[in-house]
Design a protein around this ligand. Structure first.
Ligand code: MN
Length: 195
């Protein structure tokens, strides 16, 4: 029995179709994320991190522990932010106001976010985070990195590792990123912001 458990998906495996297929969700959650959980649990005994939270491990560990904990934290935020596709899906209320304040408009925000996802070389994640003053920022993080390592509060993320989209979109990462807006649960993003 390891300490960390594979998160349960808050929706059915087919709930995000056609934006993300059930096959991609099944592999991504049931194989890739599960492997990170198993790997981290295997590294815990004798590491000094047996009683630590994921966030503490990401902030303090190195090497394999950092990479596996980072991937678990990243994927929990990623899988936890989706809902079934909606037409004209966009943020409302205070979150919409903050996005307009810091990026000019929701359209300008989406354009910058997609561009930073499309141009991230290799594997990694593009993030929307809040800084210590509540200002919203977009960052590219390589491999398993998380914005908490920069003192930021992560709100929204797109996974640009090929395993996130290759079955459905092959090499067309920009098309995948453009489609993801349909399945963002903006109430969850706002709950992270206002926490
Ligand atoms: Mn992934």
């Amino acid at each position: 029995m390891g300490k960390f458990e594979l998160m349960a998906l808050p929706y059915a495996v087919e709930a995000l179709e056609p934006v993300i297929s059930k096959e991609t969700i099944a592999f991504h959650h049931g194989k890739h994320l599960a492997a990170y959980v198993n790997n981290l649990n295997g590294l815990l005994p004798g590491s000094g991190f047996e009683e630590s939270t994921l966030e503490e491990i990401v902030l303090k560990a190195e090497g394999g522990m950092l990479n596996n904990a980072g991937q678990i934290l990243n994927h929990e935020l990623y899988f936890g932010q989706f809902a079934s596709p909606k037409a004209d899906n966009k943020p409302v209320g205070k979150l919409a106001e903050a996005i307009t304040r810091d990026f000019g408009s929701f359209e300008a925000f989406k354009e910058e976010f997609q561009k930073k996802g499309a141009t991230l070389f290799g594997s990694g994640w593009v993030w929307l985070s809040a800084d210590k003053d509540g200002k919203l920022v977009i960052t590219q993080e390589a491999n398993a990195a998380n914005p908490i390592q920069k003192g930021l509060k992560p709100l929204l993320t797109f996974d640009v590792w090929e395993h996130a989209y290759y079955l459905d979109y092959q090499n067309r990462r920009p098309d995948h990123l453009a489609a993801l807006w349909q399945i963002i649960d903006w109430e969850i993003v706002e709950s992270r912001r206002s926490k």
